[in-house]
Design a protein around this ligand. Sequence first.
Ligand code: S3P
Length: 429
Amino acid sequence: MQLVVEKASSIKGKITVPGDKSISHRSVIIGSIADGITNITGFLPAEDCLSTVKCMELLGVYIERITETELKVHGVGLKGLKEPDDILYTGNSGTTTRILPGIISGQELFAVINGDASIRRRPMDRVVNPLRSMGAKIWGRYGGRFVPLAIKGSHLKGIKYDLPIASAQVKTSLLLAGLLADGVTEITEPFKSRDHTERMMTLFGADLEIKDNLYKIRGGQSLKASRIDVPGDISSAAFFMVAALIVKDSSLLIENVGVNETRTGIIDVLNKMNADIKLLNLEDVSNEPRATIEINSSQLKATTIEGNLIPRLIDEIPVIAVAATQAKGKTIIKDARELRVKESDRIAALSSELKKMGADIEELEDGIIINGPAILKGAKVKSYGDHRIAMSLAIAALVAEGKTTIEDAECISISYPSFKDTLYSVANW
Ligand code: S3P
């Protein structure tokens, strides 16, 4: 499928964005191993989260779909998962692929995990290795670096482990494995990654010790089902935040967006870039903060993004790069080597496609340098099968002269099936 986007004259209106992807995955996974029924509202009905739902169903969990965004998960308890009679197919979802081994390794079952072509290229040893030191029996291609993975449930014991790279997926997998293990599991990470798992485990009654970037969990604690209302995804809102900033004469309200501090790096960076952004109506629901975000078009200036800021905005770097093409000066993004092993090699994808539109971009091993402002022109560009690359290019197209055609844009439904409708509802041509 192609997505065609033309230059816009303004972005105006009031929107909401679909549920947070990270929280939606976790609500189903944690709800599945809790005691009782977890009621979820605001669930993200996109391909990635539906992969998680299907995997948990294959593992014997009954998940009632009341509406597309409302689910009831009938938890089976900590060790109640059943042996699946088919392969657990995780599609394009790295989160599902890396968290599942954490909850499966300590169950009495045998399971095989596989995913799509992108998942089959992404590193899994970051979760397989520490799980093996806990006693997990996991086999996979290249010694366990790549899926398919085969897992034979076994007895797990707590370990001390220092994550070499900050990763919420790995942290989550190990914390959940820690619940199923004997003794205490102690994890540290170099920088703090998103903390939705910790917040949700606490909401479900787990006693989790957290000190800065150190996490300790005692095995054998049961989780009690809860109610989760998922806030809108700041990673989806990010596309419209940048759209309203770079298209002249724009003003936009985005309601009900999750503004957890481990995810708001984009707001901090855009503020540093001179953006007119305000957070209104702050409130806390299901142990997560949310707010309305107000954005008005602004003349942006360049900035440097590095270090501990990176995990707080890792998924937003593609659209931040688009903002940087319109900012005055040299924007430097570094310490972001992880971008090379996301749904696509995002450093290579951004450099090649934004260049086609006239951006001045230099590729670094661990980031990119962008000189702005550039006058963009419409072009034929590729998504590399990566949802966030496709949507970022659509936002760049809003300020490009003429027409931009984004090829292979169907991947947008991985995280944001209604993206095009929302874009068309706020853009004036
Ligand atoms: C996610 C964690 C991040 C992020 C991904 C979602 C999660 O990945 O990029 O889109 O839900 O835990 P890493 O754990 O690889 O940093």
